[in-house]
Design a protein around this ligand. Structure first.
Ligand code: FMN
Length: 337
């Protein structure tokens, strides 16, 4: 797939996840084969630009391109301005968030709340596309509620506005993360528009990805929660889709190296105190499916220094000893919200 001047190496993408897909995580996901890794959402509100959180979210130093920055807000002019601001700071693609189910994102009706106001959606899309030279992409849910799945109308509006790619999470705003994702609406959208459609929601591994692509005719998939604690799943999916080959999870030594790289990346990016707090959830995800992982996870949650975390990781993976973890050779098949 090509977006503007950028030829993507595949169409298995890392989904934006606030608090998770920061620069250290995106770097690893890219290395494991993600065709695109979208940033965490950044508020369009100018008064939030100088907060530490925003400054870290727009720090793309050393990131492999194309750098895709997701903006969130509800005001067309403000979003257009945010798009320009981010392009000036290195964004090569701008993604608009209309998928977040939170009642209020950054104190305004934004994210998927916008889907209920199709006129406003169109004004936002037109304003942002007109504001920047770089390709603009959009991420939505299937609609505000099961009774009102308007993704096809939004998609046509997106196409008319010059949006270059549309990612759809197969749930409505009202569904939050309940139930299972449905793909019929995504298939319907795909049949009605020419712009590339990326299917998202509950794709846990290679088989799910193939099933969803077949069911929807989508041009690619976006992987969120399945990448938590196993960023290599993205590469495994891409490889399976391209060649039919099934990759096992990496051996223990490689997993250990990834966890250490991730944690060191977090300490360097956020500083040791915040980095080690953020690291805890990742340590939990990396270890939860491995033998002894439950006890390790509980113990690791109480460690709050970088040195302590790294020592615990070394010890945990060294105890595994063998080349792989047996059960961990399989990918996690269930997702939790
Ligand atoms: C912790 C968390 C944070 C998320 N943050 C964002 C976000 O910032 N922007 C966005 O568009 N979607 C966000 N999402 C939604 C995901 O991008 C994705 O659409 C959703 O998790 C469904 O995909 P999955 O089943 O593969 O996880 C978030 C999801 C989770 C679990």
């Amino acid at each position: 797939m090509q977006l503007g001047a950028h030829v993507l190496r595949n169409t298995v993408f890392l989904a934006p996840m606030a608090g998770i897909t920061d620069r250290p995580f995106r770097r690893i996901a890219r290395r494991y084969g993600a065709g695109l890794a979208v940033s965490e959402m950044v508020s369009a509100r100018p008064e939030l630009r100088e907060t530490r959180k925003s400054l870290l979210r727009i720090d793309h130093a050393g990131e492999t391109g194309p750098v895709s920055v997701q903006i969130v807000g509800a005001d067309p002019a403000m979003l257009a301005d945010a798009a320009r601001y981010n392009v000036e700071r290195g964004a090569e693609l701008i993604d608009i968030n209309m998928g977040c189910p939170a009642r209020k994102v950054c104190n305004v009706q934004a994210g998927s709340a916008l889907l209920g106001d199709e006129g406003l959606v169109a004004r936002i899309l037109e304003a942002v596309v007109a504001a920047v030279e770089v390709p603009v992409t959009l991420k939505i849910r299937t609609g505000p509620s099961p009774a009102s799945r308007n993704a096809a109308r939004i998609a046509r509006s997106a196409e008319d506005s010059g949006i270059r790619m549309l990612a759809i999470h197969g749930r409505t705003r009202e569904c939050a993360f309940r139930g299972t994702a449905e793909y019929a609406t995504i298939a319907d959208v795909k049949s009605r528009v020419r712009l590339p459609v990326i299917a998202n929601g509950d794709i846990a591994g290679p088989d799910d990805a193939l099933r969803v692509l077949r069911a929807t005719g989508a041009d690619g998939v976006m992987i969120g929660r399945a990448a938590q604690g196993q960023p290599w799943v993205i590469g495994a999916i891409a490889r399976f889709l391209a060649t039919g080959e099934r990759a096992a999870a990496p051996p223990a030594a490689e997993m250990r190296a990834v966890v250490v790289e991730h944690l060191e990346g977090l300490y360097a990016f956020y500083g040791e105190q915040t980095g080690s707090r953020i690291a805890r959830k990742h340590i939990g995800w990396y270890s939860e499916r491995l033998p002894g992982g439950t006890a390790f996870r509980a113990a690791a949650m109480r460690i709050d220094s970088a040195r302590g975390q790294l020592a615990a990781i070394e010890d945990f993976y060294a105890r595994a000893g063998a080349d792989d973890f047996g059960a961990a050779g399989r990918f996690r098949e269930k997702l939790a919200a």
